[in-house]
Design a protein around this ligand. Structure first.
Ligand code: SF4
Length: 83
């Protein structure tokens, strides 16, 4: 098995019981070998970057990231984080 495929398969297994959050389905599709649209790739990237929003569905507040303008929760500051 190619190393790339092993990495994707292992990542997919780790997400098997992950709670459903924005971008998770797109991330799973990518890891399963599907080709994503640019929009879906961004949703998947922000999901993995925020660890499936384990700390809440809020902005990453990383304004220097080129993807920030498309971040799904960019208008929800971390101060709105619950818990
Ligand atoms: S916008 Fe934020 S969550 Fe998305 S990839 Fe950039 S740093 Fe990560």
């Amino acid at each position: 098995m190619k190393f790339e495929n092993k990495v994707k398969r292992d990542a997919l297994q780790r997400l098997e019981h992950a709670p459903k959050r924005k971008g998770l389905s797109q991330l799973k599709k990518y890891l399963s070998g599907e080709t994503l649209s640019p929009k879906d790739a961004i949703l998947a990237m922000c999901n993995t970057c925020c660890c499936n929003y384990a700390d809440g569905t809020v902005s990453c507040e990383l304004y220097a990231c080129p993807l920030f303008q498309f971040m799904p929760f960019k208008d929800k500051p971390q101060s709105e984080r619950s818990g």
